[in-house]
Design a protein around this ligand. Sequence first.
Ligand code: AFP
Length: 346
Amino acid sequence: MVSKFTTFYRHIIDEERKYPEATGQLSDLLADIALACKVISLEVNRAGLIDILGFTGEENIQGEEVKKLDVYANDVLKHVMKQGGHICAVCSEEDVDFIPLEEKFADNKFLTNKYICHFDPLDGSSNIDVNVSIGTIFSVYKRISKSGPGSLQDCLQKGTEQVAAGYVIYGSSTVLVYTTGEGVHSFTLDPSVGEFLLSNEKINIPKKSKTYSVNEGNFCKWDKGMKKYISYLKKIDSHTGRPYSSRYIGSLVADFHRNLLYGGIFMYPSDSKNKKGKLRLMYEANPLSFIVEQAGGKSSDGKIRILELQPENLHQRTPLFIGSHEDVTLLEKFLVEESVEEIAQS
Ligand code: AFP
């Protein structure tokens, strides 16, 4: 519980002041993202009232073109990013290519477009029409190139190079969670004042959980290790806290957020149909992995730490196992060890 009345902007500015050499650009950039997400939140909340769901291209009552929410969210984020002038490229899960951006403050040597932003503008979009929580995921990198518009190389950096990451979940309330590598903090949007207010500072994910999140409908497509792990979690053993509960929403942000606060392991493995998994490394796996590690949890593709995977293309997919540290570690053993019979029998 937080007793201080701290806005998101106040928090990032206070963090920034710990670094005398900081120019304030990252704080401005994060504030821009928060602003865009407030606008998206408003539209998500209105989605049930106005007839905009699923009607891209039609006209609303004012004669304006109506956009699907995921298209709208993408447009808002790109617009705010372009206006801010702090980034040299923006990459979105909704766009095939990255968008290079010109320097806005070319006459100011302190204000350069030195960052790159990646967005999943509206994750879980298949849940929009049924009023289930959805979210925006973001991550920020520093450019590698020296100046001018950003390049593909700037956009394809390992997750370890992220300088900030976060998400906004549009649920029973709108919550922003972020890290700049100094712990994970959450803020709840107070709609009456239009501010994100600090609700949880230095979040720690429980080391071990009692919950797993996976689309179990894919069971017959999984490999042996994965099947054994799930069967293991369902066995009764009070010593290891089994059986685990199953919780799966189908919105990564919502599943992740619950597990971050209560403990849990989220899994989207590769299977016989999706050999590389389903989720996107740059837009989903990397930002959430940065957050989970900052909260004391763990994230892996089954063998390798997600943040150390070298991206080869912007829309690269990866298997993802993320959440409570001990649970992810045990899962990895099931996936990589030749003989898992012993653990599976226990
Ligand atoms: P959508 O944005 O198409 O709804 O996909 C959501 C998502 O990328 C992620 O948020 C979910 O965890 C995952 O896909 C759900 O996938 P399944 O429907 O295959 O379980």
